[in-house]
Design a protein. Structure first.
Length: 289
């Protein structure tokens, strides 16, 4: 409990320092930035590029569309988009996490598969999401199962899972291979099957490696969901809000920063949700040797 409270306090202090540095940069640096030999080495700090923090927070309580019949605040729009994106990101996390775990189990079981597949697993993360998004949308558009047709949100979830599976697969594979040789030999001496060794030794030993990997995958799935929403034009999420608010950024840049702030908070929420898994698996924290 003390360690968890310390983590919360550290996060709050880090956010306060970030705000302080932001305002300090606006105060110290010139509005046009710093140019050296015609090259801008420090960004512009005027209100059109870096609005004050209190200006951004103030936009959250203002109407999204002035004079509309139904007034929805910018904060409500950001919260609604963040929840929509969070659902897709968590779906992608589950899909990618299950795929990563199954792949890790298969690679640990068959050494030849590990040597053959692991390089391609690593290389898969070098392909940009912008190149993958049209392919997923195009392939998904041809899928129709029992009257159900592929929806844009399904493409977003698949793309989010693409980023989530990698850290889970690598982290769990490392954890499955982490038991000491003496422990593995003891199970072999007792004629334990691979399945028994997996359940009694390898899976418990993999938990300390898996939890950080899942936390990283949660943040990656949020990034993947937001980029996928922007790439595919999916409506309802925080990615779409970023596009819409960016179009009016010249006249009101602070509104764009509200969407960016919502995306940042969304990543923290997704990573923090993994803490529930950490609590449930607390008994295995000391399994690493």
């Amino acid at each position: 409990m003390v360690g968890r409270a310390r983590g919360v306090v550290t996060a709050v202090v880090a956010f306060a320092l970030l705000v302080l540095l932001w305002e300090l940069a606006k105060l110290v640096l010139p509005d046009d930035g710093v140019l050296v030999g015609g090259t801008r080495v420090l960004p512009r700090t005027d209100d059109a590029a870096m609005p004050h923090v209190w200006t951004v927070l103030g936009r959250l309580v203002e109407p999204e569309v002035a004079g509309a019949a139904t007034t929805r605040t910018v904060g409500a729009a950001v919260a609604s988009g963040a929840l929509f994106t969070l659902g897709l990101a968590l779906g992608g996390l589950v899909l990618g996490g299950v795929l990563g775990m199954v792949l890790a189990l298969a690679m640990q079981r068959f050494g030849l598969l590990e040597r053959a597949a692991l390089p391609y697993v690593v290389a898969s993360q070098t392909v940009p999401l912008i190149a993958i998004a049209p392919l997923v949308v195009g392939w998904g558009g041809k899928i129709a199962i029992a009257g159900w047709t592929w929806q844009p949100w399904a493409s977003v979830m698949v793309i989010a899972s693409y980023l989530a599976f990698f850290p889970v697969a690598v982290g769990m594979l490392r954890g499955l291979n982490s038991p000491a040789k003496a422990d593995v030999e003891l199970f072999r001496t007792l004629a334990a099957s691979w399945w028994t060794t997996l359940l009694r030794l390898r899976l418990p030993a993999s938990v300390p490696f898996l939890l950080p990997a899942v936390r990283l995958a949660a943040a990656a799935s949020v990034v993947g969901a937001i980029v996928a929403e922007i790439s595919t034009g999916t409506r309802g999420g925080i990615g779409r809000l970023i596009i819409e608010y960016a179009q009016s950024a010249t006249g009101d840049p602070s509104r764009l920063y509200t969407a960016i702030l919502g995306a940042a908070v969304l990543g923290l929420v997704a990573a923090g949700a993994v803490g529930l898994l950490d609590i449930g698996l607390r008994r295995y924290r000391g399994s690493v040797r």
